[in-house]
Design a protein around this ligand. Structure first.
Ligand SMILES: Cc1cc2nc3c(=O)[nH]c(=O)nc-3n(C[C@H](O)[C@H](O)[C@H](O)COP(=O)(O)O)c2cc1C
Length: 383
């Protein structure tokens, strides 16, 4: 629901649109194709490790920061590092979620390798466990062994997997599909669980929504997300990461000043209120939830949780299910502590909840931008 002032600004924007030549403006301001080139180029590189990496970089990852840096070692190995400048210190103060994103990257890497018969032998944190935050030490070492793995059916879903933030339709998710998510995500010592039980879903909708509100109303955590919003096509193409606000109407809202980084951060602005108003029904529309728990014994269990999430997300894509991580209540900044405790008491089973995801059916979404392979290879796009 929009406000009167907001409508007036958009009506004003409509006048601007007419003045600019409506159809041409509309066509020119659709989502950026260029920012999504990596999805079309996956599998194209001639060198085999680069080919596997071109799939890995399509992995889900927090705020689409794509923090992966890779050193190619010899002829058959690589080392994965985290780009420490791409962490999320306010919402992810111990870098736990960033490590999950590294785990998802490694899982896609190994599925892509297996597709060509290579086993990816992964050694997590070969130089020890960085704590309480990540440091310059490697996240993982990988050695590829030819003719040592069988193709994995999950490979087919890499290019169609998405995070779907639309409002979900009023269609129940069948129990056998949820059971398939449970099975897919219960790997690497992680347990995936799901529920479509109305009472539990209602409690989880409420907790995830309150988590969203807490993050939005805490200035420094909200600022972290707003700083990573790419508003309009030019910003999306420039950064090819972060959280994108695109399309002709968004371009208009940007041009009229209705949506800007400053406005999105101002709790009194129309843009801020509209942000909450668009997300509230999304939370309310969750039909089912999935979550991942494990013992959280060090960094490797975070990496394993990310690997398990990649599996669950690929299975959801294969089954035609929409999923959307709604992670705020799992975040470890002090203001979130009460909700963190509440969600652990509800679904934690004495373990650590590593991911919490709504699931259901929704209109399809287009792929999120990617920075492309060169941006991840040390000595090429990176130094
Ligand atoms: C550990 C982790 C936490 C995430 N938390 C959220 C979240 O709280 N809200 C959200 O909208 N997306 C969340 N995501 C999804 C990412 O924002 C998404 O993967 C990224 O923007 C890239 O988009 P894609 O998954 O469609 O490729 C999370 C992803 C991961 C791996």
């Amino acid at each position: 629901m929009t406000t009167r002032r907001g409508i007036l600004k958009l009506v004003g924007g409509g006048v601007v649109l007419a003045a600019l030549g409506g159809a041409a403006f509309y066509l020119a301001n659709g989502p950026s194709d260029e920012a999504r080139t990596a999805w079309r180029e996956a599998g194209a590189p001639a060198e085999y490790r680069r080919r596997f990496l071109s799939y890995a970089l399509l992995a889900p990852n927090p705020h689409n920061r794509q923090p992966w840096l890779v050193r190619l070692d010899g002829e058959d190995g690589l080392t994965l590092f985290c780009d420490l400048d791409r962490r999320l210190p306010e919402t992810d103060p111990f870098d736990r979620q960033i490590v999950l994103g590294c785990g998802a990257f490694l899982e896609l890497l190994s599925i892509a390798a297996a597709h060509e018969g290579y086993a990816a032998e992964i050694t997590p944190f070969p130089e020890g466990d960085p704590a309480p935050r990540l440091d310059a030490r490697a996240v993982a070492q990988v050695k590829f062994v030819a003719r040592a793995a069988q193709a994995d059916p999950a490979f087919a879903a890499i290019g169609i997997r998405r995070t779907n933030r639309n409002t979900y339709s009023e269609r129940d998710v069948a129990a056998d599909l949820l059971a398939q998510l449970d099975a897919a995500g219960s790997v690497h010592g992680v347990m995936a669980q799901t529920t479509a039980d109305a009472g539990r879903v209602a409690k989880l909708r409420d907790i995830t929504w309150r988590g969203h509100e807490t993050e939005s109303l805490t200035y420094r955590t909200m600022k972290e997300s707003i700083d990573l919003m790419r508003i309009g096509k030019a910003e999306v193409e420039q950064w090819r990461d972060g959280l994108v606000l695109e399309g002709p109407m968004m371009e208009l809202a940007r041009m009229t000043g209705m949506v800007s980084h400053e406005a999105l951060l101002d709790t009194k602005s129309d843009a801020f209120k509209m942000g909450l108003d668009t997300y509230r029904p999304k939370a309310a529309s969750a039909r089912a939830y999935a979550w991942l728990i494990n013992d959280h014994a060090g960094r490797t269990s975070e990496l394993n949780a990310g690997r398990a999430y990649a599996r669950l997300a690929l299975k959801a894509a294969e089954l035609g299910l929409a999923i959307h991580p709604w992670s705020q209540a799992l975040q470890e900044f002090p203001e979130m502590r009460p909700l963190y405790d509440e969600v652990h008491a509800l679904i934690g089973d004495g373990k650590r909840v590593q991911m919490l995801v709504r699931a259901g059916y929704a209109d399809a979404v287009i792929p999120a931008p990617r920075r492309g392979l060169a941006a991840h290879i040390l000595g090429e796009g990176q130094s």
